[in-house]
Design a protein around this ligand. Structure first.
Ligand code: NAD
Ligand code: MG
Length: 396
């Protein structure tokens, strides 16, 4: 078996750590080419030593000294690549066969898109990239004839139960609907009025999944599901009306596909991201992921019900952005990143997150997108607008 060279962008995060856990179970199949991190330099150095990474990439040049010192302390020979293009360099280098895109937010866009443009197999966790530049990803994947395998558990579930090819659209293979499941987050069944004073720690306490703080807040507002609806639109070339969201608090059914003949195919498993990560790494084969087995008889009932869009307007805003098209998903995502940061810093309340997003979307002029530069420019403008709106809310 030829060992595949893996580069993990965002290796110090929750998805990054789970990816390294799966990789180390299969030293015959995979070797680590490069790891990247942003904040947790000590951990990044430990990972480089443990996985004998050839390179480590860091865009913030002020952290290079600390990283080198941490590597030296571990007697680790990993070479540092730093600066603005460091992430794209490791994502596109010849040694890299597969890129795991696990950076959080639009910060992951450039290296993730570059990986596809260079024909690398992409394992996509960084949903924000697909949300803001879906059209560019579709075009790049077609041009370079590369495969994008979704790691997000819902999309990975859909990937598993859809036919391998449907170039002529979902209808051509008899698909009527993609049904994304959502746990409902920590505030499921809570009335809107009761959410005004919730703290960042409460919002990050997800009942089923252990994840980074940004996606945990997104799960609490249901914006995560909104972003996933847009992600599904681009990954599977689905029309907005073909995508449905169902609340499923147990997080056992990860998503479903409804076919023309009434069949509904679901993918199930315990809520552990190592399953979709292992599926994506090994596809089309299957490998051990280190996860607990699903014991259905011990589970009790699995519930499904419709989402409450009044308490959680984030989902409705995402459907609006999807319908509007053009730069609307960029505005939605940028405003959400700014608002979630402000909430995590204690500058705005939980209920203000969707209201900052809605106000930003209303304030930004509509535009079309045909290049990465345009995405980055719309993203910059939407962030500036959202920051102004946050400041006004803070002082009022
Ligand atoms: P996290 O916060 O735990 O980790 C984020 C990683 O990105 C870290 O390695 C961090 O150093 C890096 N990073 C942050 N800002 C950066 C910047 N400006 N430049 C370069 N690197 C930067 O996040 P996570 O929970 O692992 O999520 C990562 C991505 O995967 C997100 O897009 C999230 O939506 C998606 N995702 C996560 C899960 C999950 O279970 N955690 C599930 C599905 C999808
Ligand atoms: Mg998900």
């Amino acid at each position: 078996m030829v060992s595949q060279g893996i580069t993990v962008l965002g290796s110090t995060g929750s998805i990054g750590e789970s990816t390294l856990d799966v990789l180390q179970r299969h030293p015959d199949r995979f070797h680590v080419v490069a790891l990247s991190g942003h904040d947790n330099i000590t951990r990044l150095a430990q990972q480089c030593a443990q996985h004998t990474a050839r390179y480590t990439a860091i865009s913030d040049t002020t952290k290079v000294g600390k990283l080198q010192a941490a590597l030296d302390e571990l007697d680790c020979k990993t070479e540092i690549i730093d600066g603005e293009n460091a992430l794209s360099t490791v994502a596109t280098m010849a040694e890299t066969d597969v890129v795991m895109a696990a950076i959080v937010g639009a910060a992951g866009l450039e290296p993730t898109l570059q990986a596809v443009l260079h024909g690398k197999r992409l394992l996509l966790a960084n949903k924000e990239s697909m949300v803001i530049a879906g059209e560019l990803f579709r075009r790049a994947a077609a041009d370079s004839e590369t495969t994008i395998i979704p790691v997000d558990s819902e999309h990975n579930a859909l990937f598993q139960v859809l036919p391998e090819k449907f170039d002529d659209g979902l209808e051509s293979v008899g698909v009527e609907k993609l049904i994304l499941t959502a746990s409902g987050g920590p505030f499921l069944h809570r009335a809107r009025e009761s959410l005004a004073g919730v703290t960042p720690d409460e919002a990050c306490r997800h009942p089923n999944w252990s994840m980074g703080r940004k996606i945990s807040v997104d799960s609490a507002t249901l914006m995560n599901k909104g972003l996933e609806v847009i992600e599904a639109r681009w990954l599977f070339n689905a029309r907005p009306e073909q995508i449905e969201v169902v609340i499923h608090p147990q997080s056992i059914v990860h998503s479903m596909v409804e076919y023309r003949d009434g069949s509904v195919l679901a993918q199930m498993g315990v809520p552990d991201m190592r399953t979709p990560i292992a599926q994506a790494l090994a596809w089309p084969e299957r490998i051990e992921a280190g996860v607990e087995r699903l014991h259905l008889c011990e589970m009790g009932a699995l519930e499904f019900f419709a989402p409450d869009l009044d308490s959680f307007p984030g989902l409705a805003l995402a459907f609006q952005a999807l319908q509007a098209g053009g730069n609307a998903p960029v505005n939605l995502n940028a405003a959400n990143e700014v608002a979630v940061d402000a909430f995590l810093d204690g500058r705005i309340g939980f209920l203000q997150i969707p209201s900052v997003v809605a106000a930003t979307m209303d304030s930004c002029a509509a535009g079309k997108i045909s290049s990465l530069d345009e995405v980055l420019e719309f993203d910059r403008r939407a962030r500036a607008t959202a920051n102004r709106i946050v400041q006004i809310r803070e002082s009022s």
